[in-house]
Design a protein around this ligand. Structure first.
Ligand code: NAG
Length: 400
């Protein structure tokens, strides 16, 4: 083995293989190789697109707009349009559409009996209403008197906005027309890594297109104008039930773009899911009456809260992820050989035989022994151990 010192630099050492016709290990080896190949082709290349560089954090811009009008028969007939029924008005990714409400009109500050729906407001005598204490979860501050609310119950008198809100919700939906309201979502994603932008609306020159179309997952997927009832039903809810007490619907826009293909194929998928049921809040509008008295109209609003979120990822061919994916697959091929070697040497019935064949014990040739000086001979005999290690090391190389 030891050649001239300079020549060894240019030597090429090749591994020596041992062939065995062991069917079981042969089959195992092929199976392992096949699964490594399946991993490479099926999982890495087809499913995970391991040859692509990815960008999963696009920059997102969004504008929403609600359209529609409804007439409600409560405290006089009144028409409500999108500007009255949508919060906030500027079109953000979270918006609230009123579907039902309780109106308490012309409240002024003064004294009146607390609503019997407030537990802490109930009383039987004046001592139950200590003066100056606020009613827990109530509408005002106790004045120290217990008043008859109606024939069956009495409640503490309070100082607050009077008369107090009537806590009973109308059984019938007051704003049933909101089912036909539409929500327009304009959404643009920008994948900075690939400098690629895409908008979810159809690029059209017809200005009336978005005024007439409605979204349909099959027939009209590029018209992002969603009917409210369709969205609630796509989330698996009944519009009438959800609208009565309010709720929250999540609208998810998912972009999954393969930029190795045509840009037109990069289209978002919309999905709807129910996040929460029961949603309401109160709001009031104030005005001055004729006697310079401040009044307010209180509204308890029930409705559907739409929470629009956008997820996106794009992939494009790149040499670095390709090399990494192939590298891991090749490592799996190497692992197949290693596993078969272990089976052959430790688990097989004839493991002893394979062991002997695989690890050759080297004996120094007698002819060289005679030629060597005495000292060198001793060194060689003592150094027997390390020599053996060197032998098995060679075979390790063969495994890799
Ligand atoms: C909503 O629109 C449909 C079809 O245009 C109509 O039949 C229905 O009566 C409308 N709903 C309400 C509550 O007005």
């Amino acid at each position: 083995m030891p050649g001239p010192p300079c020549g060894s630099l240019l030597d090429y050492k090749t591994a020596k293989f041992s062939l065995t016709r062991n069917r079981r290990v042969g089959l195992l080896h092929r199976l392992l190789q096949l699964s490594a190949l399946g991993y490479l082709l099926g999982w890495v290349l087809l499913l995970r697109k391991g040859y692509q560089e990815r960008d999963a954090a696009p920059r997102v811009a969004m504008v929403t707009k609600v359209k529609g009008a409804a007439a409600a028969e409560a405290a006089g007939r009144r028409l409500w349009d999108a500007a009255d029924l949508t919060w906030p008005p500027q079109g953000e990714n979270v918006l609230f559409l009123v579907t039902n409400f309780i109106a308490t009109i012309q409240q002024a500050q003064g004294t009146c009996p607390e609503s019997p729906s407030v537990l802490d407001g109930m009383c039987t005598e004046d001592a139950d209403c200590p003066m100056g204490n606020p009613v827990v979860h109530g509408n005002g501050i106790k004045t120290g008197k217990c008043l008859m609310f109606n024939a069956t119950c009495s409640t503490c008198e309070i100082y607050g906005w009077c008369p107090v809100e009537n806590g009973t919700l109308p059984r019938k939906l007051l704003l049933a027309e909101t089912e036909n309201f539409t929500l327009f979502i304009k959404n643009t994603v920008h994948f900075t890594k690939f400098n690629f932008s895409k908008c979810n609306t159809l690029q059209t020159t017809d200005p009336s297109y978005f005024k007439t179309c409605t979204y349909d997952p099959i027939f009209n997927p590029s018209c992002p104008v969603f009917r409210v009832r369709d969205m609630v039903e796509a989330a698996g809810e009944n519009f009438g039930d959800l609208a009565l007490l309010g709720g929250s619907i999540r609208v998810l826009i998912e972009w999954n773009c393969d930029l190795d293909r045509a840009a037109a194929q990069c289209q978002p998928q919309y999905s709807f899911s129910l996040q929460d049921t029961r949603y309401n809040f109160r709001t009031a509008s104030y005005y001055w009456g004729s006697q310079q008295q401040l009044y307010r109209n209180l509204l308890k609003l029930y409705g559907i809260r739409f929470d629009v979120s956008v997820h996106g990822q794009a992939g494009k061919f790149s040499i670095v992820p390709t090399a990494v994916s192939f590298g891991t697959s090749i490592a799996f091929f190497g692992a197949a050989t290693m596993v078969c070697d272990l089976v052959l040497l430790y688990l097989d019935g004839k493991a002893d035989l394979y062991w002997k064949e695989k690890f050759e014990e080297l004996q120094p040739a007698p002819s060289t022994l005679l030629e060597l000086p005495q000292i060198e001979l001793c060194r060689q005999l003592l150094g027997h151990g390390p020599q053996r290690q060197e032998g098995s090391h060679d075979l390790d190389e063969e495994e890799g």
